[in-house]
Design a protein around this ligand. Structure first.
Ligand SMILES: [Zn+2]
Length: 392
């Protein structure tokens, strides 16, 4: 049993002072500071710092020099250990558009890794997030789209079987053919369908909200806004996201992809309960690399790291972030998002969007003891995954 005393608990929907947090592998209790601490408990003095639930990252490809799609036997563990050190206690393992054989093999390895359980010292994989391959070439960003792929029931079922049922999120461009089938297929399996790398206008985005697409992949990045099609003006995905309260959104909060005013506008309209902060981290996250590869090691796209962000060599597009969730949280605070809102967008909101809020995302009794300790200056000091401390 661990007892954290003298902390400010950001649960995240309440900010509590004068409380003791007790946990083993689960959150056991939040007690008044003057109540006795169970004998034998390890007491940690938070010294007035902040205590938060662990960060939940809905969108992460890699880190520590590895990508989730790499065939190396230790690649997945390397990514998980890298992000755990930066406060991500659970995440969705994200794939990207790549050759079929790389994607299929990668999904198989991720499905096995989830079945094998969380490695010592790493974050927990909640499920697999397929970013593609059914994307619009017009809105590809850094995704390597060479041929337009259209979903078929056969391929969807194959991917699902390979994942051992662990696909929890699937991003696609709803303006493509085959998307009614895709929407039905994801809805029947309880998979979160997200509009991403799409050139859809607002009408299409709203029509597919009604069919089950309820999330927007990295809003403002490879999405659309108000535009002309021929001589007719249309709203874009951004307007649809704001108009329809039911849409949840995610922002790449590395401090590079989204400017301050845009993040604040999103919090103002959508609020912390509908806005998740994500890293969209690629393999160079948590490293000092100046050159790297976006995607799987042998088939990915060479990129450079410049000014703290990955870019294609011709600088035509960002190529994912090198951010970690502690950076995203700090960026939101620096931009002026209130503490409890910033915390919620990094914890409970993504847990709810992914469908894991019953055991992740808040310091509620009975949930997994994914706990972060910050000092009074909001520097991350300690990370616990399922009650186990992550060591450097
Ligand atoms: Zn991504």
């Amino acid at each position: 049993m661990i007892a954290v005393v003298n902390g400010v608990l950001v649960t995240p929907d309440r900010v509590l002072k004068g409380k003791t947090l007790l946990f083993d592998e689960k959150i056991v209790a939040i007690r008044d500071a003057d109540e006795p601490i169970p004998g034998g408990a390890r007491i940690i003095d938070a010294a007035g710092g902040y205590v938060l639930p662990g960060f939940v990252d809905l969108h992460v490809h890699g880190g520590g020099g590895a990508d989730f799609l790499d065939a190396d036997p230790d690649a997945i563990e390397t990514v998980l250990k890298t992000h755990a050190k930066h406060g991500t206690t659970s995440l969705l393992a994200t794939t990207l558009t790549c050759p079929d054989e790389v994607l299929y093999a990668g999904i198989g390895r991720l499905g096995d890794a989830i079945e094998n359980g969380t490695p010592e010292g790493g974050s927990e994989i909640l499920g697999i997030h397929l970013e593609g391959p059914y994307f619009a070439a017009a809105s590809k960003g850094a995704q390597a789209i060479t041929e337009q792929k259209i979903p078929t029931e056969k391929e969807l079922n194959e991917l699902y079987a390979l994942s051992r049922g662990h696909i929890v999120r699937f991003d696609a461009a709803p303006e493509l053919p085959g998307m009614d089938l895709f929407a039905d297929w994801t809805r029947e399996r309880g998979i979160l369908a997200s509009i991403g790398h799409s050139a859809a206008n607002a009408e299409t985005a709203l029509a597919y909200y009604a069919k089950g697409f309820s999330h927007i992949t990295h809003l403002y990045c490879s999405t659309t806004t108000e535009h002309k099609e021929g001589q007719t003006v249309h709203g874009g995905i951004v307007e649809a996201a704001y108009l329809e309260d039911g849409f949840t959104v995610e922002l790449i909060a590395d401090g590079k992809h989204i400017p301050r005013e845009t993040m604040l506008l999103c919090f103002k309209i959508k609020g912390a309960k509908k806005t998740a902060l994500i890293t969209d981290a690629m393999r160079a996250a948590g490293t000092e690399a100046k050159e790297s590869i976006l995607g799987e090691k042998n088939t990915g796209t060479p990129v450079m790291i410049e000014d703290g962000v990955a870019k294609l060599f011709d600088r035509s597009s960002f190529a994912g972030s090198v951010g970690t969730m502690d950076v995203c949280f700090a960026t939101a605070l620096r931009y002026g998002v209130p503490l409890a809102d910033a915390a919620e967008s990094c914890t409970l909101t993504p847990a709810r969007i992914a469908g894991f809020a019953d055991r992740k995302g808040s310091l509620d009794v009975g949930k997994d003891a994914d706990v972060l300790l910050f000092d009074g200056e909001r520097n991350l000091k300690k990370v616990f995954v399922g009650g186990k401390e992550i060591k450097e």
